[in-house]
Each structure stands twice: as structure tokens, then as C-alpha cells.
Design a protein around this ligand. Structure first.
Ligand SMILES: C[S@@+](CC[C@H](N)C(=O)[O-])C[C@H]1O[C@@H](n2cnc3c(N)ncnc32)[C@H](O)[C@@H]1O
Length: 230
């Protein structure tokens, strides 16, 4: 069966939503803990980010995280950008409401969602630190990234390559993993040493080990792709 790029991307989006379904639960749990629905209700059904942050006592440094949380929950339909379009919000604050049930269902004892980071609690370190010390996990992580990136970049290059990469004379794929995107674009890639050590040889892509927070080599284009989206 030959699918169009559009159909393939739709299918990938659906698969991603199923794969990361737990993110919605975790975001909902955070919203319940922070009393966000009550704050919105308190402000007449439409609160600003700073009003929510003040009420939830979120420090200024964490406001970008709060913003991402709100975006996830708006996308999930829990909150809305329109004051008159929040049925799920009403279920959390109306009378009678589902807030206590939602709280119970998402209680760590019920849902096994530990706080603050499941990965760190389970493994005692971040995913990148684990990959550094565990070759099997490093391989699984990098292979997973390659499978996602090959799929996405094939379509990006096929559908928009000429517009996106025309005239580009040098490109750094920052934190590029094993270089799947850089291969698709056929330019440079940069990653941590433990990943670069595992990179395939015989390639026209140049691999540069380094910490992107310390320095990124100069290039015509800086490319940064995270899971699922270039
Ligand atoms: C989610 S993966 C994305 C890989 C690749 N961009 C892709 O989309 O297939 C994140 C990558 O960032 C790398 N990374 C994490 N912290 C880094 C840092 N400080 N400097 C350079 N690379 C880093 C990891 O080793 C990993 O390969």
C-alpha cells in the first residue's frame, strides 16, 4: 500500500499520541495539583499565564514550563483559548464536578506516576546520563531516534527540501544523534562523545563530539531536531 506523505504524517501523529498518551495524564495531574482550573474559574473563566503562575506560586524561572503545560492541556481540550469553550474545565470546577475523581485516578498510589521525574526516580539519572554509562540503552536510544528521524526527514526533504535547504553551504545538526537527519540533508552533525563513538563510519557527514551548551561550530545553518519534529 503506497501512502502519501500527508497520510504517513497523520498516521505518525496518531501513533505518537498513543505512544505519549501518559504525558496528558501527567500534565492533568500537575494542573490538578496546581489548582489551575480553580484559578481560571476564579478569574471568570479566563486567566492569564501570570495570574495562574501567581496563584500556583510558580517561580518566574518555571513560567516557560507552565506555558508548555498549558499548551499540552489546551491541545488535549482540558483548557481552551476561548473563555466560552471549556467543557472539561467545567468538569473540574463545576458542581457537581469530577475534580476529586481525577485527583484520585492520578494519585501516585493509583497511577504510579512518581514525582518529579519518572525517569530520574527509576534510574537515578537523566536519559542522557544513563546512555553515557549503559551501552545497551545508548544503542536502544540512538536506534529509536534514527527510526523516528529517518521517517520524518525523508518526508521533510522530499516535500520541502528544496525550499528549506536550497543554497545551504554548511549545516550543523546540533545534538544530531547518529546523524540520520544530517544524512538526509548530507551535511554536518554534532553530538556528545558517547554517541559519536557509535556513529557509522564511511560517511560524508562529519561527526563532531561536544557539548552544545559549551560551543557549537559556526555554520551557514544550525539545525536542531527533537523527537518527532524538525
Ligand atoms: C532526543 S535526541 C535527538 C537526536 C536527533 N536530533 C534526532 O532527532 O534524531 C537528543 C540528542 O541530544 C544529545 N544531547 C543531549 N545533551 C547534549 C549536549 N549537551 N550537547 C550535545 N548533544 C546533546 C543526545 O545524546 C541525543 O543524541
Amino acid at each position: 500500500m503506497e501512502l502519501t506523505s500527508h497520510a504517513l504524517l497523520d498516521a505518525q501523529a496518531e501513533l505518537c499520541q498513543n505512544t505519549f498518551a501518559f504525558v496528558k495524564s501527567m500534565a492533568l495531574k500537575s494542573a490538578v495539583d496546581l489548582g489551575i482550573a480553580d484559578t481560571i474559574q476564579h478569574h471568570g473563566g479566563g486567566a492569564t499565564l501570570s495570574q495562574i503562575a501567581i496563584k500556583a506560586m510558580v517561580p518566574p524561572s518555571k513560567i516557560p514550563c507552565l506555558s508548555r503545560l498549558m499548551r499540552v492541556l489546551t491541545h488535549a481540550g482540558v483548557f481552551s483559548t476561548q473563555a466560552d469553550d471549556g467543557e472539561q474545565l467545567l468538569l473540574l470546577v463545576g458542581s457537581p464536578n469530577q475534580a476529586a475523581f481525577t485527583s484520585l485516578a492520578l494519585h501516585p498510589a493509583m497511577s504510579e506516576l512518581p514525582d518529579p521525574c519518572m525517569f530520574k526516580l527509576r534510574n537515578g539519572c537523566t536519559a542522557f546520563e544513563l546512555a553515557n554509562g549503559d551501552p545497551a540503552f545508548n544503542e536502544a536510544f540512538n536506534d529509536g531516534m534514527v527510526s523516528d528521524t529517518e521517517f520524518t526527514m525523508d518526508i521533510v526533504v522530499k516535500e520541502h527540501g528544496e525550499v528549506l535547504f536550497q543554497g545551504v553551504s554548511s549545516l550543523i545538526d546540533v545534538a544530531g544523534g547518529l546523524g540520520a537527519a544530517a544524512h538526509a540533508i548530507s551535511k554536518a552533525v554534532m553530538d556528545l562523545a558517547h554517541v559519536v563513538d557509535k556513529s557509522p563510519g564511511n560517511t560524508d557527514v562529519q561527526y563532531i563530539a561536544g557539548d552544545m551548551f559549551e560551543s557549537v561550530p559556526p555554520a551557514n545553518v544550525i539545525f536542531l531536531k527533537v523527537c518527532g519534529s524538525p
